[in-house]
Design a protein around this ligand. Structure first.
Ligand SMILES: Cc1cc2nc3c(=O)[nH]c(=O)nc-3n(C[C@H](O)[C@H](O)[C@H](O)COP(=O)(O)O)c2cc1C
Length: 187
């Protein structure tokens, strides 16, 4: 008989630790001539086509206003090469410093939005605000990805996955069960 783990009571405010497996992102924005960037772990895919992604951007962040007003952003995917920069970006505010200059990031012009791409990241997705219905209530922005830029290699970048309390998991080995999938579930 397989042995199953014994579960115990757990503080509900900490379940996030087990539910935040997506890669850490750097969200860049531009508004009134200023470029900014924030670190973000709370996001979800909502649809393939159109390509919809939801981001939770706290109202207290400088990025919140910049993104709500400009109705655009770029989702950038950093790898472990940027670990310390990811932490520094997430512990400072664009209301006080120019994070691109301070952290040595290179802004690149996007094609569909005014927010800059970050050259040092593995991928950059240009986004337009699709639905603001949940912004006031949950600080939840639903974006449509309108243009995607991705480095062809490595195929599986070593991304960072935040588990709370200053600790990250690093994307590791992959396993396949492709043969068990119904074709319509595979994209
Ligand atoms: C690992 C990590 C994950 C974070 N995830 C989020 C998030 O999902 N949503 C959010 O609003 N802030 C998140 N933050 C906090 C913002 O990155 C932080 O408040 C940032 O300084 C905001 O910058 P700004 O004021 O220039 O917009 C995170 C920070 C770190 C370090």
């Amino acid at each position: 008989m397989p042995r199953h783990p014994r579960k115990r009571d757990f503080p509900v405010a900490q379940v996030r630790r087990y539910l935040e497996p997506g890669p850490i992102l750097l969200i860049s924005s531009r508004w009134r001539g200023q470029a900014n960037v924030m670190t973000l772990g709370w996001h979800t895919v909502l649809e393939f086509a159109p390509s919809l992604v939801g981001l939770m951007i706290s109202a207290g962040n400088h990025s919140f206003r910049m993104i709500r007003e400009s109705r655009e952003c770029v989702i950038n995917l950093p790898t472990t090469a940027l670990t310390d920069t990811v932490v520094r970006i997430g512990n400072t505010t664009g209301a006080e410093i120019d994070k691109f200059a301070t952290f040595g990031l290179t802004p690149e012009e996007a094609t569909e939005v005014s927010a800059p791409l970050i050259r040092e990241c593995h991928a950059s997705f240009e986004c337009r605000l699709h639905d603001a219905a949940l912004v006031n209530r949950y600080n939840f922005f639903i974006f449509q990805v309108v243009k995607a830029h991705v480095a062809p290699t490595p195929k599986r970048p070593e991304t960072l996955h935040y588990t709370g309390e200053g600790v990250f998991m690093v994307a590791g080995r992959t396993i396949s069960r492709r043969a068990m999938f119904r074709p319509e579930i595979l994209d």
